[in-house]
Design a protein around this ligand. Structure first.
Ligand code: HEC
Ligand code: HEC
Ligand code: HEC
Ligand code: HEC
Ligand code: HEC
Ligand code: HEC
Ligand code: HEC
Ligand code: HEC
Ligand code: HEC
Length: 485
């Protein structure tokens, strides 16, 4: 969402609330009278806001009550121990006095976990301003106050939920635009293909979202993808080294809710179990479980979108190895580019992500938020060496008819045993992978072979030593494989 121009008064947002809360107003006003002089003394000229405005704001939020729960009531002339006349130091220990039950609201895990998180430990995680003003005190890094105002804060659309200092992604992008955070997620979200993080506002109902309908396109369209749906700002942390091996999830995704699957027979939808953000321990904790929250039949997806949980079911005859090892484990290692093999796992993020920017599927210049280009069409075209498939499958093996047969024979469907195989089709005849292969998984055919596309394969049967296909391009043909499956 975009923050509305400041200065637009949130009449509608505040009006009804004001009339609802006269009692707490009076109570607060009483406490206010005793604390006001102290606050004035405490920060001469430094008070950012009118205390009356603070009182009004406080009365409508989760911290409604007396100022004295956090501020000292000691009168003028008495020694003041702490800044802003607080009852303790102006740091997270103030919050710890009451926020002692981890996960009680859904995403705050308690002080120990928070302290080890990126935001709790980074020396540069300091609110940059301008609204509310930048924090400048030396101990600002790690403070809850970089993201929360204990009194509440408002923007052009009114009071901001959960005592945050900015609404939804506006909070995160204030820092994650290259400074003070090092990564620029904002620029990825401005690309042509992106998660609709900035497109929707008010659909994310907070950390307790746990129903399929919270993410569904119908009966009410609640489709959204805020930063908090994929990251828990109190828990997310940097991965050591090169990060975990897939399918294990990155620590950047820890503490966000997810959906676990118990798979049944090929083609069927699995049984789903929702796991709250608090559940960071039930193994496996994987990336695809996060994606399944919105891209599987656990929820109601937009028409035409693939049910990823159904196609990636390891009981299927073929799939990219996201949930389990692949079904074709004897593929020659020379058919892969360095670093990949038949026994690798692939996570969604190996194919989906930014073309150039921050890690993660925030946005890309390529359709389907792919890290490299790929056209989901079987129309004849010359495939370029930078296309998505060649990030793992060797271009010279699959798409270069000029490479030596010794290289091409790393694929079973190639010369010398198959007289016209991958290289001839892809290179010479300009048949893209998409004409013969589906990408994520197939519940009916081996080798990700797909029928029914045009140009493409109408029927395919496998034999122990080869196969037969009837394509739209020529009559039925059989081939023999270069090496055993
Ligand atoms: C939940 C704890 C909490 C409650 C309740 C609370 N405050 Fe505060 N207040 C704080 C903290 C923490 C600070 C320091 C903020 C900072 O460092 O930015 C603060 C700072 C202030 C300041 C100085 C702020 C500034 O903008 O410079 C004023 C004025 C103030 N509080 C007034 C009030 C009044 C009036 C009430 C009651 C209506 C109240 N507070 C209730 C926690 C609280
Ligand atoms: C005097 C006790 C007390 C102190 C001190 C306190 N809180 Fe709270 N806080 C509460 C209560 C009570 C709630 C409402 C119930 C809940 O969500 O747990 C709450 C709720 C919240 C919420 C959720 C708001 C919502 O709309 O759901 C946030 C965020 C929050 N507190 C942050 C802070 C931060 C940051 C500090 C330290 C600056 C702090 N609190 C200090 C008692 C306190
Ligand atoms: C980097 C920003 C950031 C920091 C730092 C941060 N929070 Fe939060 N906090 C959030 C956001 C965002 C939410 C709302 C999550 C959602 O909508 O799903 C939230 C929600 C909460 C809630 C609401 C209930 C719950 O469990 O989700 C509490 C309580 C809370 N924070 C307490 C704290 C405390 C205490 C600290 C410091 C120890 C802190 N937060 C530091 C961003 C932050
Ligand atoms: C006050 C500035 C600030 C705010 C606001 C903020 N962040 Fe951060 N965040 C940082 C800094 C600094 C780091 C440390 C890594 C870096 O410098 O890039 C970090 C790290 C992270 C990481 C871990 C990345 C890694 O591998 O180091 C994630 C994930 C993250 N933030 C997500 C969020 C989300 C989601 C929000 C909003 C709820 C948010 N941040 C709000 C400053 C901020
Ligand atoms: C909280 C919900 C949510 C989660 C979690 C989520 N997405 Fe999405 N994603 C969306 C929404 C909403 C869209 C926009 C289109 C739609 O409604 O599906 C989208 C779009 C996409 C697209 C583009 C689809 C197209 O047709 O171009 C891809 C690719 C994608 N997501 C991948 C992922 C991956 C990978 C993950 C896990 C790391 C993930 N998503 C997690 C909500 C989510
Ligand atoms: C091996 C690479 C690869 C992996 C792994 C992968 N994708 Fe894709 N994905 C693609 C490609 C390529 C497309 C483009 C359309 C196509 O080929 O069907 C695509 C398209 C999509 C689309 C939009 C089109 C559609 O069919 O709905 C979504 C949503 C999506 N992927 C989500 C995911 C999620 C979620 C995961 C992990 C659970 C994942 N993908 C894993 C390569 C991959
Ligand atoms: C659809 C899920 C999704 C959404 C929405 C999302 N992220 Fe991410 N984010 C990811 C994934 C997945 C990663 C990569 C994790 C990994 O390293 O494998 C990531 C990585 C990151 C990183 C680390 C980048 C780096 O290169 O170090 C930061 C910072 C971050 N996200 C912040 C944000 C912010 C801020 C928002 C909202 C503006 C946001 N994310 C929205 C899924 C998401
Ligand atoms: C991130 C790496 C990666 C990318 C990108 C990738 N693949 Fe794969 N692919 C693999 C791995 C690993 C296997 C081995 C799985 C196995 O042994 O069954 C595999 C296997 C296959 C198989 C054989 C499956 C079987 O059961 O026989 C086909 C066909 C395939 N990929 C096609 C594609 C196409 C088409 C693309 C581009 C849209 C693509 N791949 C992109 C990693 C990748
Ligand atoms: C004309 C149809 C066709 C096209 C186009 C095609 N493939 Fe295949 N592919 C096949 C067939 C048939 C097999 C099954 C080989 C067997 O019998 O084991 C196969 C098998 C594979 C395998 C399994 C390992 C192997 O090579 O034996 C991979 C990986 C693969 N294809 C990747 C690709 C990629 C990447 C592209 C695009 C660059 C592509 N294919 C284009 C028909 C095709």
């Amino acid at each position: 969402m975009r923050v509305m121009a400041p200065g637009r008064e949130p009449e509608n947002g505040r009006g009804p609330r004001r009339s609802r809360a006269p009692a707490s107003h009076l109570r607060t006003a009483g406490a206010l009278l005793s604390v006001l002089p102290v606050l004035a003394l405490a920060a001469p000229g430094a008070t950012r806001r009118d205390p009356l405005e603070i009182a009004r704001m406080l009365a409508t939020g989760a911290h409604a009550g007396d100022c004295s729960t956090c501020h000292s009531q000691h009168g003028e002339g008495q020694p003041m121990a702490y800044e802003h006349a607080l009852i303790g130091p102006d740091d997270n220990t103030l919050c710890d006095r009451c926020h002692t039950t981890p996960w009680s609201g859904g995403s705050y895990p308690g002080t120990w976990t928070y302290t080890g998180s990126a935001h709790g430990s980074s020396r540069t995680a300091i609110w940059p301003g301008p609204d509310p003003p930048a924090r400048t005190e030396p101990d600002a890094p790690g403070k809850c106050l970089n993201c929360h105002d204990p009194h509440g804060w408002k923007d052009g659309s009114g009071e901001i939920p959960r005592l945050m200092v900015a609404r939804e992604e506006a909070l995160c992008l204030a820092c994650h635009d290259g400074s003070p955070a090092t990564t620029n997620v904002r620029s990825d979200l401005q690309k042509a293909y992106r998660h609709p993080t900035t497109d929707y506002s008010g659909r994310h109902a907070g950390p307790a979202e746990s129903l399929p309908s919270d993410f569904a396109v119908s009966p009410v369209n609640r489709r959204h993808a805020e930063c908090e749906d994929c990251h828990n700002p109190h828990v997310a942390r940097h991965d050591p080294g090169a990060g975990p091996m897939p399918p294990d999830a990155s620590k950047r995704l820890l503490g966000a809710s997810r959906v676990r699957v118990l798979n049944g027979p090929a083609g069927g939808a699995p049984t789903y179990t929702f796991l709250a953000g608090a559940d960071t321990l039930t193994a496996p904790v994987t990336e695809y479980q996060l994606c399944f929250k919105c891209h599987s039949s656990w929820t109601v997806q937009p028409g035409g979108q693939t049910d990823l949980a159904r196609v990636l079911n390891p009981a299927n005859p073929s799939y990219h190895p996201v949930e389990a090892l692949g079904k074709n484990l004897n593929i020659n290692s020379l058919a892969f580019v360095t670093g990949w093999s038949a026994t690798s796992y692939t996570k969604c993020g190996d194919c989906h992500g930014s073309d150039l920017g921050a890690a993660g599927p925030h946005g890309s210049s390529y359709r389907y938020i792919l890290r490299s280009p790929y056209t989901a069409s079987s129309s004849f075209r010359t495939m370029a060496p930078n296309e998505a498939c060649f990030g793992c499958h060797s271009y010279d093996v699959y798409a270069n008819r000029n490479s030596p047969e010794s290289v091409r024979s790393a694929s079973r469907f190639n010369r010398p045993r198959a007289d016209k195989g991958h290289a001839e089709h892809v290179d010479q005849k300009q048949v893209p992978c998409y004409a013969c292969h589906t990408t994520h998984g197939s519940s009916t055919l081996k080798h990700l072979i797909v029928t029914g596309r045009s140009p493409g394969i109408q029927s395919y049967t496998e034999t122990p030593t080869g196969g037969t296909c009837s394509p739209t391009c020529h009559g039925s043909k059989s081939y023999t494989v270069n090496y055993a499956r």
